[in-house]
Design a protein around this ligand. Sequence first.
Ligand SMILES: *Cc1c(COP(=O)(O)O)cnc(C)c1O
Length: 391
Amino acid sequence: MNDSVESFEHASLLAAHDESNAYDAVVPPIVQTSLFTFSSYAEMEETYKGNKVRPVYSRGLNPTVRIFEEKVAGMEGAEDGLAFGSGMAAISSTVITFVKPGDRIVCVRHVYPDAYRLFETLLSRYGVTVTYVDGRDEAAVAAALPGAALFYMESPTSWTMEAHDVKALAALAKSHGVITAIDNSWASPVFQQPIKLGVDLVLHSASKYLSGHSDVVAGVVVGSKALIGKIRGQTLPYLGGKLSPFDAWLLVRGLRTLPIRMKAHEAAGLSVARRLADHDAVASVSHPGLGNQLPPGLSGTSGLFSFTFREGVVDIPAFADRLQLFKLGVSWGGHESLVVPAQVVLVQAAGPNSAIDFGVDPNMVRLHVGLEGADALWNDLAAAIDAARRP
Ligand SMILES: *Cc1c(COP(=O)(O)O)cnc(C)c1O
């Protein structure tokens, strides 16, 4: 981990701090209320005039949610943040704020599948078009950017784990006056801080590592006061996808252990990925940490990666059913290890005529390496491969 990563540890995450400092409680209270009342007509008037900032109604400002927003903004090195009831609510509200009919988005290929579907099924109805580019190909990105309204990034990408030079891409977009947003769920701010690489807006599915316990669905966007203010003022009130106070409280609890969880996911993930890469049943492993050095901008790797079985060697349904520690399930970022066959969730579900290229093939499998321990997880995988090997 580099110095800038160490710097947010741990004071802001662990500090009882927070806004109210109620009863000097170490854990901030859950302000589980929809409504805040005013002590006088004058106070109500001052608040509605904008002269006083205070909670009015929890679709806007809620103190528990605000603690979470401020902590994530602090970790990412951003001025401000806004939390939502899911990662997709954060993504859709952010994207919609910065495009209008006739606009074009440039998007790196192989982003999170529901972000693709947002672009292809919903935004296309409102006259927004999208150009997909290989984010590793800077010339292709430069050619696509002129005239675009937004550059949407994710690095590494979902499933294929294509890692980009985020700093270089952000600089290209800036030179064309294009606003940039990146989905940073995979690395978390522990291993990648895109604001410091020049990106304007950083998105998270907080359901994943920020929560860390698979008990919350949530999202967050951070950036400058001006850009976050646009999302807060122009989009959030009407789409209304605000995070709830109880979920914010769970997220604040999760954040306190984020740095140590990420180091554990990194170590176990690399250990399992290296052993898979050496296995004779495996054709390739897509993990950004397997090269001689990390991709630029990344200071570490998380526990999510994919690999591809050699054609015909392993019965993938039998492999998946034989696993005991790895549970069959989507999502990731919690303590538990998970396995997802691409064949089921992306190949068959998308259908033969799908125009969307997720970059996967039917022999691809995604793993989330949790906190059970690398050796136990490897033994589980190796035994399942042996049991499912075709004669
Ligand atoms: C899960 C996920 C999302 C969507 O987040 P939700 O909280 O499920 O809405 C977005 N991006 C990535 C990379 C994800 O894995």
